[in-house]
Design a protein around this ligand. Sequence first.
Ligand code: SF4
Length: 207
Amino acid sequence: MADTTPAWERVRGIVPVSLCDWPGKIVCVLFAGGCNLRCPTCHNPTLAWNWQMLPTLGRDGVLTDLRRRRRWLDGLTLSGGEPTALEGLEELLNDLAAAGLPIKLDTNGSAPAVLERLLRAGLVQTLAVDVKGPWELYPDLTGQTMSAMDALGRLEQIFELAREFPDRIYFRCTKVPRLSEADLVRTRAQVPSDLPLVFQDFVPAMT
Ligand code: SF4
């Protein structure tokens, strides 16, 4: 069957087995190209902004591979880029769900309405949401693509969602060089104390 959706055309990367992309689980990670932000410390700038340069994986090949390896995997992570920016995201997730694996989605937190829709529809089991740093540093941290007010407003909607869907959403902050120890403390303080925030090490992009 031919690829039919733009979302499938953007699936341009795979890590067949990962032990560190969904805490406690062995997962396959798929990467979808394209991102609405321009973080200067982006971990995968080619995928985020020049995804057309990468080869497509193809719907049928990916689904066949996942079905074949399903018994050795605990789940699947859809990362990016920014998956919520994909046209046809729901169709993509429906296709992936047919492989019989729970799905975690990684997101930069810019689209709370999309995340709410996915949770209510049962299309994802877990969300990992970026908190880039203190609100006032968001313009710097996102290449001037998200203001402090915008970040605060969007993340506050996701905090509410996290309370409505307990244990389904966790927050992540990458310790990029721009963030001082004091910034990390402020980042923890701006996320409600009853919600999980994981700090992860910064790994420079290969390209
Ligand atoms: S949100 Fe993620 S993928 Fe997008 S530019 Fe920032 S680091 Fe890169």
